[in-house]
Design a protein around this ligand. Structure first.
Ligand code: ATP
Ligand code: MG
Ligand code: MG
Ligand code: MG
Length: 564
């Protein structure tokens, strides 16, 4: 590629809405361009990175025996109704109607469609197992799209789905995918950690997340440096022992709140932020004891968390508004925590926040000034607390360390959740019909691009791992239009390196050296060769790796070998 023919659009300053390094640098390097909140154009420079990430994933998935296909972005609602997810998915799933008024969704994931294909195509144990994957656009109407393409609304995911005749075979493929993911992230040149995201018992293998280690990661990871134990902190917290409590900070005041039931209505009524309200959700406990989960205002996040926690204390079940209505004959939130006799699971990260609004066990009344530690502590509380470094590891083999991570991959053993709902069955060796076992395996392709930058940058710009750099090498000729010798040498080297299969760009823009260097350092090309008249007189070129502090002089004749 010649720079004069390519599309380079670097910026001096990042836009004001870019909060973290990767977002700022991607915008400044002209990799992506914002179209709308969470919706980005992948510009030519950025698309080269995305394609390289995709190709590594594709090669490793193929090597692992998975088969590529592609499913439509626009999917009919009927399939999503079969599994109940058309209603359950909530606002994160974007829905549209066609001209006949029929409902469709933009795929946030594709379990339904793949299961529909498989139930039609695979009918015998002889056709199993199969692992089918796609690298496809996803749409999730994220409540808070941010960090550029790291939490976009439109993004690219590699999603794979495997189908099996037995649970043992699903477990085998799960291990295969676990190893494949480890190979993928190693080849991408990233420092990563696989953590248990299993809501079952410790040491369960039902679900793992792969995280790129980075300070700016949205997830906290707890791991035991002396053992295999690693989990996301939400899970580690759920398994951790009890807590110390903050002192009361305010008195409760009962307030008549006609009509204010939802978090939003309450926040509006009290003129506070939704984050200051508490929502109580009741779930069935073991031996029929009702359990109260207290949710902070950031409702979506905490419902997710609550559902995970409920899963941890299996057989607890996460209560949806409908299950609360069924089980307790009450509206969610109307059974306030005061005076409630049951086990209470408390999230200490909320306990330090005071002056909340909570329900008062009475229709149309709420309390203000609630304090977690004072008002919700019961003698027999099984608490959930924030795990900190140095805490005893749940596996009993030492203490925990904590780091932050960006979730770039997630693998699950789905078992028969979708295959049973949709009737994906096969005829077994014994001639009997059985429901298929199923696994699913996701990688955030576009998120990886941001995560890689969070791990690899300096004050000049991005430092791409060579495997996913938009160009592996840039040739910078000093005085392109002025010196014929420089021009000829640069062109010759460019042709030679191209022929050797090196992904090289020749900067023939005739810019000043300072401008050229600043651009390529910002864009993050890992290798640079500078050709100038002075060096040519001595028969040398200058090579500098993106992390090197100084250039190395190399004989002209050796450079091609050196770079190969
Ligand atoms: P998160 O916890 O970050 O919201 P998730 O758990 O909802 O992610 P999964 O359903 O596990 O995501 O999807 C598989 C992968 O897709 C994730 O591991 C992540 O890398 C990627 N991904 C999910 N949501 C987004 C998004 N909004 N933007 C970019 N990538 C995403
Ligand atoms: Mg999500
Ligand atoms: Mg997640
Ligand atoms: Mg996930």
């Amino acid at each position: 590629m010649r720079a004069s023919q390519f599309f380079i659009s670097t910026l001096k300053d990042a836009p004001a809405d870019a909060e973290i390094v990767s977002h700022k640098l991607m915008m400044r390097a002209g990799m992506i361009k914002k179209l709308s909140a969470g919706i980005y154009n992948y510009m030519p420079m950025g698309l080269r990175v995305i394609r390289k990430i995709e190709n590594i994933i594709r090669e490793e998935m193929n090597r692992a025996g998975a088969i590529e296909l592609s499913m439509p972005v626009v999917q009919p609602a009927e399939l999503w109704q079969e599994t109940g997810r058309f209603d359950k998915m909530g606002e994160e799933m974007l829905r549209i109607k066609d001209r006949h008024g029929r409902d469709f969704v933009l795929q946030p994931t594709s379990e339904e469609v793949i299961t529909d294909i498989v139930r039609q195509e695979l009918r015998s144990y002889r056709q199993l197992p199969k692992n089918l994957y796609q690298i496809q656009t996803k749409f999730r109407d994220e409540r808070r799209p941010r960090f550029g393409i790291m939490r976009g609304r439109e993004f690219t995911m590699k999603d794979a789905y495997s189908f099996h005749a037995s649970f043992e075979d699903l477990q085998r493929e799960y291990q295969n995918m676990y190893q494949t993911y480890s190979r993928i992230f190693t080849r991408l040149g990233l420092e990563f950690r696989a953590v248990s995201a299993d809501t079952g018992a410790i040491g369960g293998t039902g679900s793992h997340e792969f995280h790129v280690i980075a300070e700016t990661g949205e997830d906290a990871l707890a791991y035991n440096p002396d053992s295999e134990y690693a989990a996301n902190v939400e899970l580690a917290e759920a398994l951790a022992p009890s807590i110390s409590r903050p002192a009361p900070t305010a008195e409760l005041t009962k307030v008549h709140t006609p009509g204010a039931k939802t978090i939003e209505q309450l926040a509006d009524f009290f003129k506070i932020s939704p984050a200051q309200t508490l929502k109580s959700v009741i779930v069935d406990g073991e031996d029929g004891v009702p359990v109260l989960l207290l949710l902070r205002g950031d409702h979506e996040l905490n419902e997710v968390k609550a559902s995970k926690l409920a899963g941890v204390f299996s057989p607890l079940r996460f209560a949806t508004p409908a299950t609360i209505r069924d089980a307790f004959g009450a509206e969610p939130g109307s059974l306030g925590p005061i005076g409630f006799k049951g086990k209470v699971y408390v999230d200490r990260s909320a306990a330090v926040m005071a002056d909340f609004v909570i329900g008062a066990n009475e229709s149309d009344y709420h309390y203000t000034g609630a304090n977690f530690g004072r008002d919700f502590a019961e003698p027999e509380v099984a608490d959930i607390r924030n795990v900190v470094a140095g805490d005893p590891a749940p596996d009993g083999k030492g203490t925990l360390a904590i780091c932050r991570g960006i979730e770039v991959g997630h693998i699950f053993q789905l078992r028969t959740r979708y295959s049973a709902a949709m009737g994906a069955k096969f005829i077994g060796e014994d001639g009997k019909e059985q429901v298929m076992e199923m696994g699913c395996y996701g990688v955030g392709v576009t998120r990886i691009m941001g995560a890689a930058i969070e791990q690899n940058f300096d004050d000049k710009g991005i430092i791409w791992p060579t495997a996913i750099a938009p160009f592996a090498l840039v040739i910078c000729p000093m005085g392109w239009s002025r010196s014929e010798e420089v021009r000829n040498t640069a062109q010759k080297l460019y042709t030679e390196l191209q022929a050797a299969g090196i992904d090289v760009i020749l900067d023939d823009r005739d810019e000043r050296p300072g401008v050229m260097f600043a651009d390529w350092e910002l864009i993050g090309v890992p290798h640079r060769v500078v050709i100038g008249d002075r060096g040519l007189k001595e028969g040398v070129l200058e090579y500098q790796g993106r992390r090197d502090t100084a250039a190395t002089k190399l004989p002209l004749a050796e450079i091609a070998d050196y770079l190969r």
